[in-house]
Structure formats: C-alpha cells, structure tokens
Design a protein. Structure first.
Length: 483
C-alpha cells in the first residue's frame, strides 16, 4: 500500500513538474481530436502553452497535414508530439512575436482530417510612448534629442524603466554652448556627454507631487540633484521646472530651463593637498599669487617641499616685511619653484648628500643624519603625502634660492663665498652701511654698523641665514648659507 501511494505521489509530482514548464500567457488544451479553444486572439509578444489531456498530439504550424502546403503563417512553428494524461502533459510553449493569423493542426495520423485544426490571431502590440518619444516629439528639445542619440542612450531610455527625465530646452543648451564658447556639434562630441545626460535622469517615476523642498535624489550617473520648492516655483539644482508631469508609458518628463552639470569628481592634486592643509594657508596664498595653481594641479608629476605657515612667518619677520609684501615680491614665483622638483621623489628615494634639480634650476641638497631628513637646512617634518599628481613633503623652513649677488636700488654689493664656513666678504659696502644677519626664526645673530667688508660667521651654527644690508636708506636682503 505504501509503495502504491509513493508511486502515485511520484506521478502527481512529475505531472506538476511537467505543467510547470508550460507557464505562459494563454493555454490551449489538446484532446479527442480537437484543440480548445480552436480560435484564440492574443497580443504580439504573448506566449501560448499547449497541454495534452489525452492521446498523442503535436502542434504543427508549418505544413498543412491535409494539403501538404505551407500554412503561410507569419512565422512557422512546431512543437513535438507527446502522450497526454488526464491531469495534463505539457507539449510546449511558443511566443508569438510577429502579428498576423496563425493556422495549425495535429500532424499525427488523421487527426487533422478528424477536425484537429485551430488558429491563433496575433494583434500588434499597442503603441507605447517612451520618454525618448516625448523628447523626440517636442519642437523645443531638438538638441536634447540629438544628444541622446549621440550618447547612445536612446535604447536605454526606451526600456521598461520607469524613468524620470529633467529635459533642458534648446534655449538651455544654446545658453550652455555660448557660455562654453563651443558649437552645438562640439557639445555633441564631448566625451562626457553621456555622463551629463545621465545626470538628468532618475530611476523611477517622480511626479511633481512627489518632489519636496530640500529633497536629494540620486541620478543614474550617481551624484544627487537637489530639489528646491519656493514661491518662485520648483527647481532642480538651479534649473527651474517650466513644464511638469509629461507622462510616458515608461516614466515622466519635466521640462527645465537650464542644463544640469554634474559636480566635478573629487581630486587630490598637490594643490588640493596644500589648500586643504590648515598648516599651509600662507603657502596656498603664495601659490595663487604667483600664478602656479595650474601647474600644481596639472598632469605633470611633481614633488613639493611645502614650508608651513610658521616657516613663512619666520621668514617675513626676519625680512621685516608683512605677508602681503611677501606675496607681492617679484621673485615669489622663483622662490616657490625652488621648492618643486620634477618627478616623484618619495622619502625612500632620498639619500644623504643627494643633489636634486628644482624647477627653478638650482639644486637642493638632501642631508640625512641622526636628527632626520633635511632639504638644504629645512627639516622634513612630515613625508610622503600622496597626491594624484605627485607627493608633498612638509618642511619647517622656507628654501631660498642661492645667490651671490644683491642688487636693489642704491645697494650694489657682492657676498663671497656663499656658502661660507668661517668668514664671508661683503663687497661694495659704503660708509654707514648696516649689516644685519638673522636666523630663520627671526633672531638677530650678527649686527654691525659702519661695517667693514669681512664678517666672521664661524661662530654661527650650520644653517641658512637672512642677510639684510642697508645703505643710503635702501635695504636689500639675500640668503647666506653657513656650512
């Protein structure tokens, strides 16, 4: 008894499994020399499952079994014969993608002659209007329609969706190309055109009643757009919605009066590193004043030795000038380029005694000892801050380009040797000249009125010093390096 029950259960389960394969939009049953229903009307793209309730039957939509002539169906189709069962056995399914009338019969024996013939009428699928159709049909969106085609997004926006499209008018695109000083053709050829358009599309249908003030909505590109609702109207970022809720079968279109530009992707250039550092506000201002921002944010790989605000403050105090006067120096660009090296120089690439050419031309000298790593006489306090276009090393003093000559107004002197070890000679001094030497912390380490030409600097520690020479009411400054 248990065996019989198990066998019966297995047959039922097998039957269900067979019928599960016959999942379709419509069902036609085959049995007793007939198909039921013998006439069926469906829509293009729908499927029909044929189930055999008894006997052996096939589904022949190819050649008329009685005449031997082709049925002339829009598409020929055939499903192999199977033996039926009272609970139903799946012969197969067929999807009718081409509109028209399909005739078919059972080609087994004389079943067709016995009346086992039937037909299916496939009506064209109802016309649909997609968001692309809305755009293409609008006389105010010819440029947007061209852009969608140029970016290869038509198929995507013709899909099931739903989508919400913020559609800039031709006037909006014209304003953009004029602002960019490009032509409409150049706009359509932009590499990021697809990204710009995806920033105008939302996944899902957002009607105007679904929008609220301050709402942030993710676009297909990824970054959000911001909804503003106020007394003046509804805005998407800074573009006003001029016509809302143009519905399509796969979403909705809202007309806007400006093109939405995606936010620039975040960068981490050397310029960004400097500008984002609270310790380098003066250096950032100097880079801007010297017109070097473009170079430090460009594609060239660079290494920058970045003096802190404290280092620059010590220099301006030693020079007895203000930060504003420092930023106005004609030589500011040269000073900054003396802090920049072409190529990537990580801390592990530096070696004691190494000489590295700067963008200005003269070398800087690397010293590595038990106290740390030094560039000239500036200590590296933080190394290897990586950027997209190079690396930044923080230093505790400003690097001053080497010079053996000071010329300014009435001052015309020469200082040799430089670097010096014990004695330095300053030629060209006149009576009542004043020589003042400060360290980079601003402390006066040597002062001499009515100075002669020889100065003993042997007692000074090795390092970089700022020399100020005043005569005839004019002061000039230069750098002295003591070894």
């Amino acid at each position: 008894m248990k065996h019989l029950f198990s066998t019966a259960l297995a047959l039922v389960m097998a039957s269900f499994s067979g019928l599960a394969q016959c999942d379709a939009d419509h069902i036609v049953e085959a049995s007793s020399f007939m198909y039921a229903p013998s006439s069926l009307t469906i829509e293009q793209g729908e499927s029909v499952a044929f189930i055999n309730l008894g006997g052996t039957h096939d589904v022949n939509g190819d050649v008329d079994s009685q005449t031997g002539m082709s049925f002339g169906n829009p598409e020929s189709f055939y499903l192999d014969a199977v033996s039926g069962a009272p609970e139903g056995e799946c012969i197969g399914t067929y999807t009718f993608n081409v509109p028209g009338t399909y005739n078919y019969d059972c080609s087994i024996g004389n079943h067709a002659a016995q009346g086992m013939v039937a037909s299916i009428v496939v009506n064209p699928a109802p016309m649909t209007t997609t968001v692309v159709d809305v755009i293409a049909g609008s006389p105010d969106h010819t440029l947007l329609a061209s852009a969608v085609g140029a970016a290869g997004l038509a198929d995507a926006l013709n899909a099931a969706g739903p989508f919400t499209v913020f559609a800039p008018t031709d006037a909006a695109f014209t304003a953009l190309v004029e602002a960019l000083e490009i032509t409409a053709e150049e706009l359509l050829a932009l590499e990021n055109l697809g990204a710009i358009l995806q920033y105008h599309v939302l996944a899902g249908q957002a009607m105007s009643t679904d929008l609220s003030d301050g709402q942030m909505i993710a676009t297909l590109l990824g970054p959000d757009v911001t909804v503003t609702v106020n007394d003046q109207g509804v805005f998407i970022n800074n573009a006003q919605v001029t016509v809302a809720d143009i519905e399509a079968d796969n979403g909705v279109v809202h007309v806007i009066d400006a093109v939405l530009l995606p936010p620039a992707p975040p960068t981490n250039t050397i310029l960004d590193v400097i500008q984002n550092s609270p310790e380098h506000m003066l250096l950032a201002a100097a880079v801007d004043a010297a017109g070097l921002a473009g170079a430090l944010s460009g594609e060239d790989t660079l290494t920058v030795f970045a003096p802190t605000d404290a280092a620059i403050t010590a220099l301006v105090e030693a020079l007895e000038i203000t930060p504003a006067e420092l930023l106005a120096l004609e030589t500011l660009g040269d000073i900054l380029m003396y802090h920049v090296v072409a190529g990537l120089a990580m801390s592990t690439d530096l070696s004691d005694g190494q000489m590295i050419a700067t963008l200005l031309g003269p070398d800087v000298t690397v010293t590595i000892n038990e106290e740390g790593v030094f560039i000239n006489d500036a200590q590296v306090t933080l190394a290897d801050i990586m950027a997209d276009n190079g690396v930044v090393h923080v230093i505790d003093a400003v690097l001053l380009p080497p010079t053996d000559k000071v010329e300014e107004a009435a001052v015309n002197v020469q200082m040799m040797p430089n670097p010096a070890t014990d004695v330095v000679r300053i030629g060209g001094l006149q009576g009542n000249a004043n020589v003042l030497i400060r360290d980079l912390a601003g402390r006066v380490v040597l002062q001499n009125d009515n100075a002669g030409q020889l100065f003993n600097v042997g007692h000074l520690g090795a390092g970089t010093y700022v020399v100020s020479i005043t005569q005839k009411g004019v002061t000039a400054t230069t750098k002295l390096v003591v070894r």
